[in-house]
Ligand binder design. Structure first.
Ligand SMILES: *[C@@H]1O[C@H](CO)[C@@H](O)[C@H](O)[C@H]1NC(C)=O
Ligand SMILES: *[C@@H]1O[C@H](CO)[C@@H](O)[C@H](O)[C@H]1NC(C)=O
Length: 194
């Protein structure tokens, strides 16, 4: 008798523990769309950085109450702001500093042009995304913005100039574009967008 009571209470404590863990587990997974989305994006695109994704999206307080479509707009706007900022940043290097060697100056000037085109591509992607034309949005980002950012980088490599002044900016921009691509993929339910 005593034994069956203690077995019963042991069983009910285990059940209780299970329910509590399950409840909190459920809350973290379902309650936090940003971390859930960033897990998905990182799974589909392994070069994406999970912590970067979460902190980039959470920088906008609206992300917590957005659905996946809203997060898509937020992430694309981050790309747009970032491209604008990178142009200004490069302008600053050209005005204030003395890029060494002088060849770096030409590379930086070219990059202003590449990031201007990247910005136009992102704007076109935003229009397409808002109109639910996900194939066009995806293409603008992959064959436009990402290639422009990469061409900026290759300009330095081609003439053997140190790329480090723009390394962080280039990485951030590519990661932000990757988040948008992941979101478009998630909405479409397929990576086949060619
Ligand atoms: C993440 O992927 C899972 C499994 O495909 C899906 O059920 C869930 O809705 C996705 N999360 C978001 C925020 O899109
Ligand atoms: C560009 O994006 C990165 C990552 O979100 C951020 O650290 C950086 O401050 C951004 N710059 C601007 C001006 O948006």
């Amino acid at each position: 008798m005593n034994q069956s009571i203690s077995l019963f209470s042991l069983f009910s404590s285990i059940l209780h523990l299970f329910l509590v863990l399950n409840f909190y587990g459920g809350v973290t997974v379902n309650g936090d769309i940003v971390s859930n989305l960033c897990e998905n994006v990182t799974r589909v695109y392994p070069t994406q950085n999970y912590e970067f994704c979460v902190s980039a999206l959470e920088a906008n307080p609206l992300s917590k109450t957005s659905d996946i479509f809203g997060l898509g707009v937020i992430s694309l706007e981050l790309c747009s702001n970032n491209a604008t900022y990178i142009r200004t940043y490069i302008d600053g290097i050209l005005k204030d500093g003395k890029p060494e060697p002088e060849r770096a100056r030409t590379c930086l000037q070219n990059c202003i042009g590449f990031y201007s085109t990247a910005l136009e591509d992102v704007q076109a992607a935003i229009e397409a995304f808002k109109g639910k034309d996900y194939v066009t949005a995806y293409r603008q980002l992959v064959t436009g913005a990402l290639i422009d950012a990469d061409t900026c980088k290759r300009g330095f490599q081609d003439v053997g100039v140190d790329f480090s002044p723009l390394k962080k900016q280039n990485y951030d921009f590519s990661q932000l574009i990757g988040i948008s691509l992941g979101i478009i993929t998630e909405i479409r339910g397929t990576t086949n967008l060619q």
